[in-house]
Design a protein around this ligand. Structure first.
Ligand SMILES: *Cc1c(COP(=O)(O)O)cnc(C)c1O
Length: 401
């Protein structure tokens, strides 16, 4: 057995099989490149589902982490620490909002948003106790907790995990009429991804997000934008909502917020909305810890200049131009996305998304398939144009054979 085969067999023997990774075992990484245990190099075109927007081993982020490691890493929220105020202030500023509630994982940010919206509904909007409803979109991905899978439409994510949490209404994504009809006086929030990532990088029809904004404002309903994957530079703007000129009531952030170093997530909203919480009503031992705040503070500082957003916009235009040329030739059926983020539907005759991903791996490019024959391309925003072009050449190579 090779070193790789050995490592995989031993991982499979001693871990739950809740993932089906490509047969590659990474040992080190830098920038947009990863190296496996046998010294082979791969271009990372997944970037940890956008957690690695700033690349592997980013100097600024590692320096910020190292400096904080030597000071203090954890206090719990039982005490104040000297990174917390800066982190909350700067992140709120970046979002154009007032208040931040830090958590760790994306799923926790979503859970926090659900609790916030319900409490806001009862205390501010005046919804009768226990009646609050949250509207979500079909084919959503918001995480893996029991409540979140309760409003998933993906059988794989849901099956055998019931009983399910009530209080959610599912409408087709992109359909304003359906959303309007689903709203009642007990609707407290609409929770949506401005671009559906796991569904295959689905961009809603133009006018949809502004329509959601208008409807939610009219009906006194919170518009919660899950920007955990789409936010923080990926689409060529700080937030995907900006492409449609939309400002939601609440941003959910995660993934890139931790710079690929530590898990950091946050709910960002107004003082009124997040003001529903009183001490003891919600929290997390690790949420807003000093190490997380130090790294995320650096992430926010990097985003403040706009350089990463601009890079994603420019390279993204190039990416979509090149991918667009592949459509119609028989191999690629459709390409969607914004900025450095693309969902590519490969003709099923050429193989499943998994088979295509494996062939790309053999050529030194790592991507992840999603439903059926779709692969998603989302390299770190620090990728060079030359490397991006090389990666695209490998994709063309796979599609030719
Ligand atoms: C990844 C993701 C989540 C969940 O984040 P975790 O950190 O994996 O819990 C939620 N929403 C969206 C849109 C995501 O892409």
């Amino acid at each position: 057995m090779s070193i790789t085969e050995n490592a995989i067999a031993s991982a499979e023997a001693h871990s739950a099989h809740n993932y089906h990774p490509l047969p590659v075992v990474i040992a080190t990484a830098e920038g947009a490149w990863m190296t496996d245990v046998e010294g082979r190099r791969y271009l990372d075109m997944l970037a940890g589902y956008s957690a690695l927007n700033f690349g592997h081993g980013n100097r600024r982020l590692l320096d910020a982490a190292r400096a904080q490691l030597d000071r203090v890493t954890l206090t719990s929220r039982a005490f104040h620490h000297d990174r917390f105020a800066d982190f909350c202030t700067r992140l709120a500023e970046l979002c154009g909002m007032e208040s931040v509630l830090p958590m760790n994982t994306g799923a926790e940010a979503v859970e926090t948003a659900v609790k916030t919206a319900r409490k806001w509904g009862y205390r501010v909007k005046g919804v009768p106790d226990g009646m609050a409803k949250i509207i979500v979109a079909a084919n959503n991905f918001h995480g893996r907790t029991t409540t979140i899978v309760s409003f998933s439409t993906d059988p794989e994510a849901r099956e055998d995990f019931g009983p399910y949490t009530p209080g959610f209404e599912i409408v087709p994504y992109g359909d304003l009429t359906a959303l309007r009809e689903a709203m009642t006086e007990n609707t407290v929030a609409v929770l949506m991804e401005p671009i559906q990532g796991e569904a295959g990088v689905l961009v809603p029809p133009p006018g949809y997000l502004p329509g959601v904004r208008e409807l939610t404002r009219e009906r006194d309903v919170l518009f919660i934008a899950d920007e955990i994957q789409s936010g923080l530079g990926r689409t060529g703007k700080t937030f995907a909502c900006e492409h449609e000129g939309v400002v939601p009531d609440m941003y959910l952030l995660g993934k890139a917020l931790g710079g690929g170093v530590v898990p950091v997530s946050a709910v960002v909203s107004s003082r009124e909305v997040l003001g529903v919480f009183r001490p003891g009503e919600h929290g997390s031992t690790f949420g807003g810890n000093p190490l997380a705040c130090a790294v995320a503070l650096e992430v926010v500082a990097m985003l403040r200049t706009g350089e990463f957003q601009q890079r994603a916009a420019e390279l993204g235009e190039h990416l979509h131009q090149e991918l667009g040329l592949l459509v119609g030739g028989g191999a690629v059926e459709e390409v969607r996305g914004r900025g450095l983020w693309a969902g590519v539907d490969i003709a099923p005759a050429l193989g499943t998304g998994r088979e295509i991903s494996k062939k790309l791996m053999e050529r030194g490019v790592l991507v992840k398939d999603t439903h059926g024959s779709t692969i998603r391309i989302a390299p770190p925003l620090v990728i060079s144009k030359e490397d991006l072009d090389w990666g695209l050449e490998q994709l063309r190579g796979v599609l030719r054979h």
